[in-house]
Ligand binder design. Structure first.
Ligand SMILES: C[S@@+](CC[C@H](N)C(=O)[O-])C[C@H]1O[C@@H](n2cnc3c(N)ncnc32)[C@H](O)[C@@H]1O
Length: 479
């Protein structure tokens, strides 16, 4: 499989293992971190290991050779054919090495396994990493909840790059408490996925392949995977061998059902022109959507494409027609997750009001609270539970400026980090004043005024405010 990840400065195999050691260390996998660091130092020193990996001497980071090697060894451990190494692999009930002595024993058991099964491991290296991370479906479940609340329609769940299609069983995964999620989800009437290298989760070989790529220290990931494999054995889903673009081209909407197109951890494998083509196909289909046949594109993808930096995944949602007061085709970020998908860090929903008076001046307030306390910004704040985004705009503007407004359309969204580390998902709406008048500061605002362009740029404004207003074409028209 070709990948678009490229790091042209090739550090050689020792560098690739060092990268993996760093990743494992950061992601709480000490057994692999130690083994990868040791491989980094010894791969060139040992003739045996060097000859095993010789065909990969010029591998690039995106080829993920260390991960393939570790999976090939893990497979042998999972089949109980490396009892000495199994003592340290939590995936088969072992204990991660906690002392230098134990680490040495673990390394020599690893070296022995490499030597003893060299031919098999060399054959196993041809498998490109194939994982299906069950925890990522927690974010999908949260979005299905919004979709159910908005349309109340049964859902056709389609997935590109679905691997074994475990996420297509999201409802059962939530019902069996394998992943957290809302107690009631829309009924799934269709579960269809595609992958260029699909895995059959109902076969012994498929189960072993998926399990071998999970890092042995990550016991919770194993538990989720094993539970999901059991669910997959009784809840059928269709997985076709097809590339994402051709699959998306074949999608059609159907009256009385919502179509949800989901993907996770696969976008980085697509060349840029293929991503653009898929986005264009989705938008084309979206243009034909209606409240009777809506389309929702849900993506959970890493914020960085370098494997060493894939530590934050963002949940992005785009819907046709309007979902949750977000205009059709506009993308919002609803949450962040670690690579394994849980816990889901949902954003705090917030709003801002962009209000112009008849003379083209903009309504601004001086913030009385963090973040950006003392700086000038748009009136706004948190959406209350059960409140719509538009209703929140009207309430916040009234509370902070004393003015009544009619919220119109959402023009954009920004993300801000709150003092407590939470992320605010701030959706900004234009709004029309009901009556003309001077604002009176209240609630979270220390001051409120109408400003023309010259006054706005003179004020100390919250970071990014003027740039965002400019991008959305809603700067004050008054000089
Ligand atoms: C890292 S796995 C993620 C699997 C699953 N979505 C998850 O989050 O667990 C990436 C998957 O994307 C698939 N893939 C890569 N390029 C693809 C393409 N052009 N079309 C369809 N699937 C693709 C790979 O075969 C692999 O199964």
């Amino acid at each position: 499989m070709g990948v678009s990840i490229r790091r042209d400065e090739r550090p050689g195999l020792p560098g690739l293992f060092a990268d993996m050691a760093d990743n494992c260390d950061r992601l709480g996998a000490p057994t692999y971190a130690d083994l990868a660091a040791w491989m980094s130092e010894s791969v060139d020193a040992s003739g045996e290991r060097r000859s095993l990996l010789a065909p990969y001497a010029d591998a690039r980071i995106g080829d993920m050779v260390p991960l393939r090697l570790f999976a090939a060894v893990h497979r042998i451990v999972l089949e109980r054919r490396a009892p000495e190494l199994a003592l340290f692999y939590a995936s088969v009930g072992g204990t991660p090495p906690g002392s230098e002595r134990a680490r040495e024993s673990c390394r020599s058991a690893f070296a022995e396994t490499l030597a003893e099964h060299a031919a098999e491991i060399s054959g196993g290296l041809v498998h490109f990493p194939q994982t299906n991370e069950v925890g990522r479906t927690a974010a999908l479940a949260g979005v299905l909840d919004f979709i159910g609340a908005q349309w109340g329609l049964p859902v056709r769940l389609h997935e590109i790059g679905c691997s074994a299609g475990l996420a297509l069983r999201v409802d059962e995964l939530v019902a069996q408490e394998v992943v957290p999620g809302p107690s009631v989800l829309p009924t799934l009437v269709e579960r269809i996925g595609c992958d260029t290298h699909p895995v059959d989760p109902t076969t012994q070989d498929g189960r072993l392949l998926l399990t071998s790529f999970v890092w042995p220290d990550h016991v919770d990931r194993f538990e989720r995977l094993r539970a999901a494999l059991d669910i997959a054995a009784r809840v059928p889903a269709t997985v076709v061998q097809e590339d994402a673009l051709s699959f998306v081209r074949g999608l059609r909407l159907r009256d009385g059902q919502a179509l949800v197109l989901w993907h996770s951890a696969m976008w980085m494998y697509l060349p840029p022109d293929e991503r653009d083509a898929i986005d264009a196909e989705i938008a084309r289909l979206g243009a034909t959507a209606s409240n009777d046949a809506p389309l929702v594109h849900v993506a959970l993808e890493p914020t960085s494409e370098l494997p060493g930096e894939q530590h934050v995944f963002k949940l992005r949602v785009t819907a046709w027609p309007e979902l949750d007061d977000v205009p059709p085709g506009m993308t919002v970020t609803l949450a962040r997750t670690p690579p394994a998908g849980v816990p889901v860090d949902w954003s705090v929903p917030c709003v801002g009001g962009i209000v112009h008076d008849a003379g083209g001046r903009l309504l601004v307030i001086q913030r009385g609270r963090e973040p950006a306390r003392g700086l000038w910004s748009l009136p706004g704040g948190r959406v209350h539970p059960g409140e719509s985004f538009r209703a929140a705009v009207a309430r916040e503007v009234r509370e902070e400026t004393g003015l009544d407004v009619v919220p119109m359309r959402m023009v954009g969204a920004v993300e801000r980090t709150a003092p407590d580390g939470a992320t605010y998902d701030i959706r900004d709406f234009t709004a029309l004043p009901v009556t003309q008048g001077e604002p009176t500061a209240g609630d979270d605002a220390d001051d409120a005024r109408w400003v023309g362009m010259a006054q706005l740029v003179d004020l100390p404004t919250s970071p990014g405010l003027v740039e965002a207003l400019e991008e959305w074409d809603v700067l004050p028209t008054a000089p």
